[in-house]
Design a protein. Structure first.
Length: 112
RNA sequence: UUAGUGCGAAAAGUGGUCGCGUAUGCAUUAUGGGAUUCACACUUGGUGAAUUUUAGCAUAUGAGGAAAGUCCGGGCUUCGCAGGGCAGGAUGCCGGAUAACGUCCGGUGGAGGCAACUCUAAGGAAAGUGCAACAGAAAGUAUACUACCAUAUGUAUAUAUGGAAAAGGUGAAAUGGCAGUGUAAGAGACUACCGCUUAUCUGGUAACAGGUAAGGCAUUGUAAACCCCAUCCGAAGCAACUCAAAUAUGGGUAGAUACGGCGGCCCGUCGUUACUCAUGGUAUGAGGCUUAAGACAAUUGGCGACAGUUGUAACAGAUAGAUGAUCACUCUAGACAGAACCCGGCUUACUUCGCGCUAAGUUU
RNA sequence: GCAGAAGUACUCAAGUGGCUGAAGAGGUGCCCCUGCUAAGGGUAUAGGCCGGGUGACCGGUGCGAGGGUUCAAAUCCCUCCUUCUGCG
């Protein structure tokens, strides 16, 4: 990913959560927080309620792939945390991608 | 064909486009990629040159049979260590395999199944201690409620004394089983068969099996109760541990009344520098990290687990954690499920296929 | 990844082989108190699930699940499941 990194520290996750700026739909919850840098940082959270390790890993891959293919549409300077909800465990890439872009539009962080 | 039982194999495939980890190579002052223009051959597209822009590009390779549960065993690392014992824990028919095991293989006894076959914590209760509720006369030193027999009293019922432990009843379990002899009634009191115990013979490495003789039945069950006997075990775990080590702490040297804050200014007061050494081992980085008691094939030995020899290919190694997305085609339409130091097992989850064997039915 | 603990009525829980037919507390039901409610006091039955009975009640099963040892298991042993905790 050219303009982005992953969000790694637990404290980074906590700062994003504490802003309490969240939007949600049936499959995902998204938290957004301005980080003051010129890159985006993406964090993915997927609890054990969603499924076993194979399912959780697949969810993370789908979100990362959808973000990568739509990367140029996003504004820069953002920390994002995407939480996967249990109803998302059976969906395919197209639904996941549309769900992610839907939340991004709700947050007004896309530039096109 | 149906039902069952044992063993083995695989874990969708092919191609295009975009994307990720690792290794190697070439680059990081024009090598490679992208874009534009021109030329060549020309169906998409390819090759060469120039300009411009960018930091990468090319090749190879990349999750499992259970990677899972963490139930056992071992390697490895650190700590401890002259040697031994106690405590604690584990195992427990016999023989073997193995680095080791609670695993595996081959046997013995027992249990289940018509059978193929499967299961089996299977040492010791005459070393000692504990426990056995309720019921029952009595639960381990045995004992006598009903009922039986004899004698005495008595018409009889019944009462007292004695005999005996077969029948009834209780219980999970009642002091060998069954038949006969015997007797007042009975009893291993005696006899045959079976069981048990002891001694002994034969076969077997052994567990054990088979036979002979004697005893005359004592010696209930429980050791997944304590325990006894035999064998084994030091503890912790890659978040182990090793190396480098910012900051910090302490010391030394240099430097200067320099700079900043308080203040109108001076005085005063507070804070601040550079280099170097030591301590300690945090943030962070690197190692540990993948070639190993390894896999596959052939062959030799062995009933087998397995061992020996030869040959072949030798590439996951991430660190908030890499295998994905999408399009097309094919088929049987794809279950359970993701490495985290590494191996050997066990257990659990689960899809499909093949082969052998057993029973019943049908056909020839 | 490694190491450890727990699971019993609706809730908190006692119970370490046998009168558990499951103690105790909270909660629930009824009554008193009050004009009404809360608080307080008194009292009673059943305790989950299945089957039978008009009913009182009766039978079976049940201590996370499944096996085993034992005459007998919530308790002892084994294998799974779920929840929680610690280690940077």
């Amino acid at each position: 990913m050219k303009f982005s990194e992953s969000l790694k520290k637990t404290s980074d996750f906590q700062t994003v959560y504490k802003k309490r700026k969240s939007k949600a739909n049936k499959y995902l919850i998204m938290y957004v927080h301005k980080n003051g840098l010129n890159i985006n940082r993406l964090g993915i959270s997927c609890s054990k309620k969603v499924g076993n390790s194979v399912v959780r890993h697949r969810m993370a891959r789908l979100i990362r792939e959808s973000y990568r293919l739509h990367e140029e549409y996003f504004n820069t300077g953002l920390d994002m945390v995407v939480v996967v909800r249990p109803s998302a465990k059976d969906i395919d890439y197209h639904k996941m991608s549309s769900a992610l872009m839907h939340l991004s539009n709700l947050h007004h962080i896309t530039c096109k």
